[in-house]
Structures are given as C-alpha cells and as structure tokens.
Ligand binder design. Structure first.
Ligand SMILES: Cc1ncc(COP(=O)(O)O)c(C=O)c1O
Length: 517
C-alpha cells in the first residue's frame, strides 16, 4: 500500500523491491473500473477467453524493448506488422484474388492515429490545394476533427438524420467541392453503432475524384463475422470500388491489448504521402510511416499473439456471443416503459434514450453504476437527444440475464429520484458563458463546488470558489478522485453548447493533471 507522502513519488530516494512496486501498481489499479467481468460498456474490449491476457502479456513483454524505428534492425517487428496488415486486409475485402489485390497498410497506435494519417495522406496527395477540406458526417468519430485541427484542414460536416442516425449520400455528394481531399464515413459509427451508406458515399467521392476513407476502427473486426453469421451487413469494405482506405483497430474487437490499429490503403500510391522522411540533419535518416518514430514492439507482438491464438474460428465464436448479448440487452431496453433504442442494433452497440421527461438518463447512468453496470452517457447534440451508450463485447454474454432486472430496478430508482434540477445560477452559467470568459479559477471553483476535486491551490489562495455554486468543499476527495454521482455534472454539460463543453472539460482535465511531488 502507498502509506505516506514520500512513497507516492515515482522516483524514491532509494529503489524499492519489485514485489513492493507491483503491489503498489495493483493497489492503484483497485480504483479503476473493472476491465473484466462484462459489466463495463466502454473503454475496454473483453473476450473473456481464459489465458489470453497471459499470452498477450508474455508476447508484449518479449518485444517491449524492440524498436519499430528501423524495420531492418528488427525484422521480427516488420514480419509481425506485415502479418497483421495482411490479416486485416483479407478480412476487409483486400488481398490476393480480391477486388483490391494491391492493398498495403501500416500498424498505428490506435484509431485516432490511423484517422490522422488517412487525412494526412489525402492532404499531402494534393499539395496544389492551398486550403484542403474533408467531408465528414456529424456522426463520424471526433478523431477526424482532431486530425483536421492538427493538420490545418477544414471540416465540412454533413448532418445525420435524427431517425436513421446516418447522413444522406446526396448531402455528402453536395458537400464535396474543389478543395475536398477526403470524404469519410463510418462502419459503424461509435455513438450509435449504425453503418453509413458506404457504397453510395464512396460512389459520390469517386465521381468527384476524391479519396473515401471508411472508419471501421470500431466495428471493422466484427462486421465481417456478423455477416458470416447471417446478419445483413451492407458492403462497406474494399469490395466497394470507391473506398480508398479503411481503418480497423485491433485493440477493439480483435481483443488485442491497447496500442494497435491498422490503416489500409487500396494501393501503395495512395499510401505514399502518408510517409515522412528526413535526411537533412547529421543523424540517421528518419523514415516514418506513422506519427511515432520510436515505437515499442510490445503492442504489435501482443496483437500478433492474440490473432494467432484466437484464429478465425475464435473470432466467429466471439462475434456470435456478442451478437446474442446485443440482442439480450436490446430486449431488456425494449421491455422498459420510458426507454427507446436510438437505433435497432446492427453491430455491437446498444444505445437508448428516454421518451419520458420523468426519466433522467444521467440519473439512470448513476443508478446503473451503483448496481455495478458502467454505461456511457452521451450528451444531446443538434437534434439528437441525450443517450446511453453500451459497447458490447463477448464478455457481456454471460451477464445479460442479470442486466434486465437491474435496469428495471435502476429505472424505478431514477423515477423516484426525479430529474436533476440545476441551480438557476449554474444553468445561467452553462447557457450564457462564452468559452473565452471561462478562466481556470472559475472552473476550479465550479469543480470543487460540484465535489469533483478537492481544494486546489487556487482555492487555498482564496481566489476561486466564489463563482462555483457552493464554494470549495473541504470534505471533497483528493484531486482526481472520481465522484460517485455524475448526473449533475452531465446535466450541466448537457445544457452547455459544444464549445463551452470543450473548454470546461479541458480546464477540468487540466486540474486533474497536476504533478505529484
Ligand atoms: C469509429 C471510431 N473511430 C475512431 C476511434 C478512435 O480510436 P482510438 O480511441 O483508438 O484512438 C474510435 C474509438 O472509439 C471509434 O469508435
């Protein structure tokens, strides 16, 4: 256990024995949400396959110090990367004998990096376009906005229908202009798990001579298996002629440990502008296919071991278990008066909203958490209501029958508690404050007042707190301790426009990220 202040330091005066250090890490991990057990519906992907964690960890450890910086120095890593790219390409309609025989790819650190690189490759293929733009459905992952921000590319957002949660291909086509370098779509979207009309969107992009990226980061590893199991999955991969690149995350439904995604391009020429090379300095010539230069072999070896161990038959089995879990959870939602599915599940997401104003979804999320179910609240956006998101993995299957009664119970408790009523001054803050007017002190006071953080240095100086609803709470936990109930915070964020939500959370996370001395 961590028992005194000095013991919190990452660099103690005297090195500590290995067992003690491991005990500390495991004590810290005790505060985390459970990564196993099938009750956490976001962040983690658990197949519940005995021995898989140990296998992946052993493979990870064996390659953790291998450096992907130079594939000629570490051919093991190159071989495993090429094998992962080949497996992903085959699964997604590419490879020998397919309509896309020349598919190539790269292994990246995650979905966000894959999307940044897809945008970079598209942008740098057109150096003559001074102000490049991308066309992206509103339901596309936020990582496209991040890519655009990092790469100084403008985003043309196409709205999605409130009923289908998909963009209309005609709207996508209309948004393509002379400066468009990339059109994106999702298979499926993260928030609602629906598959965009990929074939129509890719057609529109091809007709305009523009690249089309399919973000299959989330579901690219399950959709092919769901199709083999009989699900009606529309064409979304390289079988669609206009699709030029696809991303698929191995650390999601391929069940590999974190840090692995694959970005595929239909041919090497499309991938070429993704690379960065630099020889104009006295050191080694740097040639990087991805954003990082030095890269650990750990995640790649762990992903390779995971794929080899689970195999095609294993993934088919896991997809069947996941499909059944999705069906069971969706039934549980349908059985509750006052809840409605945002969309009929067509992948591995169950997403629902409330149809009854007396049923506050943010309170429900807390009530579910109190019963050991960790779901993800989604704030209202444009004409879409707030919703509750469940990423369903194979580990959920054995738990499904427990969910229905707990959901019913949590709903009853939510109705009894009634909706969150924000104090008037907080509501005014959320609806009238401009992001620019938000100071770190204001957020510190707000966070402390909401019980999100303990007294901050600013509080101690007496310069914050007055703006918060109740002033700093001396009894609040240490900075970073997650509060038990988040409904008030989520209601506050929900009342704020997106730009203010962003600023509030940036400032808040900044408060959490303070060094320990
Ligand atoms: C559809 C989609 N794209 C991209 C990403 C980003 O992936 P990562 O969190 O690995 O960067 C996600 C993550 O959930 C996703 O669901």
């Amino acid at each position: 256990m961590i028992d005194d202040e000095a013991d919190r330091r990452a660099l103690p005066g005297n090195g500590l024995p290995a067992e003690r250090v491991l005990a500390e890490v495991s004590a810290l991990r005790g505060a985390d949400r459970p990564t196993h057990g099938g009750r956490l519906f976001a962040y983690v992907y658990d197949p519940a396959v005995p021995g898989l964690d140990e296998l992946a960890a052993a493979a990870y450890a064996g390659s953790a110090h291998v450096n992907g910086l130079d594939p000629t120095a570490f051919p093991s890593l190159l071989a495993m990367e090429n094998a992962l790219v080949g497996a992903a390409a085959r699964l997604l309609g590419g490879g020998p004998g397919s309509a896309a025989p020349d598919v190539v790819g790269s292994v990246t650190s995650g979905g966000t990096e894959s999307l940044i690189l897809a945008v970079k490759a598209a942008r740098d293929a057109h150096p003559e376009i001074a102000a490049p733009r991308i066309v992206v459905p509103a339901s596309a992952h936020a990582a496209f906005a991040k890519a655009a921000h990092y790469l100084r590319v403008a985003v043309d957002t196409v709205p999605v229908s409130a009923s289908t949660l998909r963009p209309a291909a005609a709207d996508v086509a209309a948004a393509i202009g002379p400066e468009t370098v990339l059109v994106a779509c999702s298979a499926p979207s993260y928030a609602h798990g629906v598959i965009d009309p990929v074939a129509e969107i890719a057609d529109a992009a091809a007709a305009a001579g523009v690249r089309c990226h399919v973000d299959a980061c989330f579901g690219g590893w399950t959709l092919p298996y769901l199709r083999r199991l009989g699900a009606d999955v529309p064409p979304f991969d390289f079988a669609v002629a206009g699709v030029t690149s696809i991303s698929v995350d191995l650390h999601k439904y391929a069940y590999a440990p974190k840090g692995v995604s694959v970005l595929l391009h239909r041919d090497p020429a499309l991938r070429a502008p993704q690379y960065f090379a630099y020889a104009d300095w006295p050191g080694y010539t740097m040639v990087n296919p991805v954003i990082a230069s030095t890269r650990s072999g750990g995640p790649i070896a762990a992903a390779y071991a995971t794929l080899r161990h689970l195999g095609d038959d294993g993934y088919l089995r896991l997809a069947a278990a996941t499909r059944d879990a999705v069906a069971g959870l969706a039934d549980a939602v349908r059985a509750v008066d006052g809840l409605r599915l945002m969309a009929e599940p067509e992948s591995t997401v169950v997403c629902f909203t409330a149809t009854d104003p007396g049923l506050d979804l943010f309170v429900l999320v807390d009530e579910l958490a109190a019963r050991g179910w960790h779901t993800q609240p989604q704030l209202s956006y444009a004409d879409l209501p707030p919703s509750v998101h469940l990423t369903v993995t194979a580990a959920v299957a054995p738990r499904v029958t427990e969910f229905g009664p707990d959901l019913a119970d949590a709903v009853a408790a939510t109705r009894a508690a009634g909706p969150v009523a924000l104090p008037a001054e907080l509501l005014a803050l959320a609806t009238t404050l401009t992001p620019d007017a938000l100071t770190p002190e204001l957020v510190a006071g707000l966070a402390a007042g909401l019980g999100l953080t303990g007294p901050t240095p600013a509080d101690a100086a007496g310069s914050a707190g007055a703006a918060g609803p109740a002033g700093p709470d001396d009894d609040a936990g240490p900075v970073g301790a997650p509060p038990g109930r988040m409904a008030v915070v989520n209601t506050l964020l929900d009342a704020a426009p997106p730009a203010l939500r962003e600023r509030l959370l940036v400032e808040f996370v900044g408060l959490l990220q303070r060094p320990t001395w």
